[in-house]
Design a protein. Structure first.
Lengths: 147, 117
């Protein structure tokens, strides 16, 4: 039993080391590939929708099928000119937006608190005015607190 | 038979996870940690899975026959060693998505001859 749980911990520890002990250069390379994979995800979906083979796409983009395969595998990084050619060949427009992390999306939000009549959601106020009087809701005490 | 697996990586929103099978973990670990080339490829595949991107050259469904349901493969160095880690996609509580890396195949060879005699 103990050996089994030790083994499971060993797995987690080994992968934590793999993901967390990377050099900045390695992390940047992974980030660059992930940006490329985001573009290629759109390219791949559109190519399938059009019923084109990778060879057909390569022909229309003016490159080779093996180059597109190398990009898909992450063996090479795409250049902007190829990306523009793909955009034109597939008649699409890439839309760029900032991805807001899950932490950023949720850090200001507090869990709703029930008072018996409904739910109160509290919002963080950066510069509160303490002189302003407001209606402060009464939270219904739970059984443990009431005792 | 139920098998245990250990979650080793999760997406930022906690909706996607990658786990390693508790039975075959040593083989899989030895393969991934063989060298930097293998480690980097594994990280690329994990990033693809955790962000939900489509990339059949690195990770795709394996429709071998009707018996294998939700079986996928992490593809390492296609065109060279063509190693694969076969995975099972599991959905928990409707939305939580876990990919369990379960079986290692160090060299995948084509069994059928496609050319006509």
């Amino acid at each position: 039993m103990n050996t089994k749980s030790n083994n499971m911990e060993h797995i987690k520890q080994a992968f934590d080391e793999l993901f967390n002990n990377r050099t900045q250069e390695q992390e940047l390379e992974s980030d660059a590939k992930l940006i490329m994979f985001r573009f290629l995800d759109i390219v791949e979906r559109k190519r399938e929708k059009l019923g084109w083979s990778r060879k057909e796409l390569a022909k229309r983009v003016g490159t080779s099928a093996s180059y597109i395969t190398q990009l898909m595998r992450g063996d090479k990084l795409i250049n902007m000119l190829t990306l523009a050619k793909m955009q034109r060949a597939l008649s699409i427009k890439f839309d760029i937006s900032e991805l807001v992390s899950y932490k950023e999306q949720t850090e200001d939000k507090k869990p709703p608190i029930p008072d018996g009549k409904g739910f109160w959601i509290y919002k963080k106020i950066e510069n509160p005015n303490y002189n302003e009087k407001g209606n402060i809701p009464k939270v219904k005490p739970t059984e443990g607190e009431a005792a | 038979m139920k098998r245990q697996a250990k979650i080793i990586r999760s997406s930022d929103d906690g909706k996607r996870h990658i786990a390693i099978d508790g039975v075959n973990y040593q083989k899989i670990l030895d393969f991934i940690f063989k060298d930097e080339r293998h480690e980097n490829k594994f990280i690329d595949v994990c990033n693809i899975i955790l962000t939900g991107l489509r990339n059949p050259k690195l990770y795709d469904k394996e429709n071998i026959n009707a018996k294998c349901k939700n079986v996928t493969a992490m593809k390492f160095f296609k065109g060279q060693e063509n190693a694969r880690i076969y995975c099972q996609e599991v959905k928990q509580r409707g939305k939580i998505f876990v990919v369990v890396a379960a079986e290692l195949l160090e060299r995948k060879k084509i069994k059928r001859i496609n050319r006509k005699k």
